[in-house]
Design a protein around this ligand. Structure first.
Ligand SMILES: [Zn+2]
Ligand SMILES: [Zn+2]
Length: 238
């Protein structure tokens, strides 16, 4: 059960997208060899044009699996809080008063996590536009810990889009510039805001060897039809 939900020990066929057990060198469903592609070049495999697979059922399946993982993690986390509060001596006694405090702590933790989950998975409006400019800025932050105050160095990577309606949209990444590296100035982009997707599809993918997965976000070989990690279809030109 846990293995199925967490995907541990499994991966997905790059060609047909079916969930397969590890230790196969060949997909038992479609016969494709894992890690061997029919077309020789990754570059160009993404093609030029929009994908019409944005509503493919693999995204919904991935989203539901994610939700299950989130729920299981929350239950385990709540139990751990219980263990810390009741078992470690000097914390809470297992009586009505103790249970009330435990309930209060859980209510706060669950509220924060549900709000976080809501904002990460709510649907946003789709739009089209171009990458107007890219910029980055370095900044420092003072951090206090038990060794005293020290300075942390960070970089903010910003992609500015000009939407077709004329408005500007800003995308900011801290320290890990994945969209910043993938998107070029002048790239035509379609933003997919459906539940949990939050994805910037490039119109011209023909120069990319790596295309980000619209499900799990990992960078995929442009020859893959499906993400080997999460099973979502890769958004490529038709
Ligand atoms: Zn297959
Ligand atoms: Zn994926």
């Amino acid at each position: 059960m846990a293995k199925k939900i967490f995907g541990y020990g499994d991966f997905y066929c790059w060609k047909c997208g079916k969930n397969i057990e590890k230790n196969h060198d060949k997909c038992p469903f479609c016969g494709a060899f894992y890690d061997k592609f029919e077309t020789a070049e990754a570059k160009g495999a993404g093609g030029v044009g929009w994908s019409n697979q944005v509503h493919h059922p693999s995204f919904k399946a991935w989203h539901n699996r994610n939700k299950k993982v989130f729920q299981i993690c929350m239950i385990i986390f709540s139990l751990i809080i219980g263990v810390i509060l009741f078992i470690i001596p000097g914390e809470l006694d297992f009586d009505a008063e103790g249970l009330k405090i435990y309930g209060g702590v859980l209510a706060i933790v669950w509220t924060i996590d549900l709000v976080w989950y809501y904002f990460n998975n709510k649907s946003r409006k789709d739009w089209e536009g171009i990458v107007d400019s890219k910029e980055f800025e370095e900044y420092t932050r003072k951090v206090k810990d038990d060794k005293g105050t020290h300075v942390e160095y960070h970089t903010r990577f910003i992609v500015n889009f000009r939407k077709d309606d004329g408005s500007i949209e800003k995308l900011t990444e801290i320290d890990s510039p994945s969209w910043y590296n993938y998107l070029n100035e002048g790239s035509r982009v379609r933003y997919h805001g459906q539940k949990g997707m939050n994805y910037y599809e490039k119109y011209d993918k023909s120069h990319d060897e790596i295309i980000p997965c619209a499900g799990c976000g990992s960078g995929r070989d442009a020859r893959e039809n499906f993400c080997g990690r999460c099973g979502c279809i890769i958004l490529k030109a038709e």
